[in-house]
Design a protein around this ligand. Sequence first.
Ligand SMILES: [Zn+2]
Length: 266
Amino acid sequence: MAIYHPNEQPAPAYDSHTHLNDDQLYFDVPAYLGRAHEFQVLEMNVVGYDEVGNERALAIAHEYEGVHAILGFQPEDTPSMTAAAFDQLQEQVKDPVVVAVGETGLDYHWDTDRTIQEKAFRAQLRLAKDRDLPVVIHNREAFDDVYRILKEEQIEKAVIHSFSGTPAQAKAFADLGYYLSFSGVVTFKKAEEVRAAAKVLPLDRILVETDAPYLAPKPNRGKTNEPGWTKFVLDDLAQTLGMSRDELAAQTVQNAHRIFLNHDQN
Ligand SMILES: [Zn+2]
């Protein structure tokens, strides 16, 4: 369905973090991509989290234009990152459709063994460094340890996915040169602090994402999220930052190209 008059087409957008590889979306990828295109979300990163998720991310990125892959083991799935699985990951990230390693990090909300999480986190950070790829960081209730480990491993290229922390934490990450990606969380009524955090950041460090099928933004909160709904994240965040949605869309596309695709534009 054509929603926009051609002259009123919004600026193209880039969903920096989505899971078309998740069971909830994977069996309908063409439909979700079609809807994303209606909303002018023309580029996206499909992010892996375990072996099956990584294989699917690769397959989707190979099949569709504008779709890139990010491969890794999320904290919850690190017990499945055996030596053989890590060997395979090391091979898979050599594929040119892969633009980052992740999502990887620490999650203290669930009770996955923290020693296993940290070992897998450090291994993936070293892999990213070896390949000169950025890392996409999953941090839940673990800021101090995530921040310390990123510094210890001397990571220079990182994206903090679905940033949900304080302005001070945002500033600390930005001071290391990292990018912060904002999800539907920024549209939630109680997320005052997250909106305040967005305001302390340099504009050239901000990305937007859906984390679909999770974290659906207002006005669709609680529904199955999809990449096209990057539109709603942009609407809200643009308002917070006092700029137009198209300006923010263009800025975040440029930022995504710089960090993920090595486009040397400022
Ligand atoms: Zn995710």
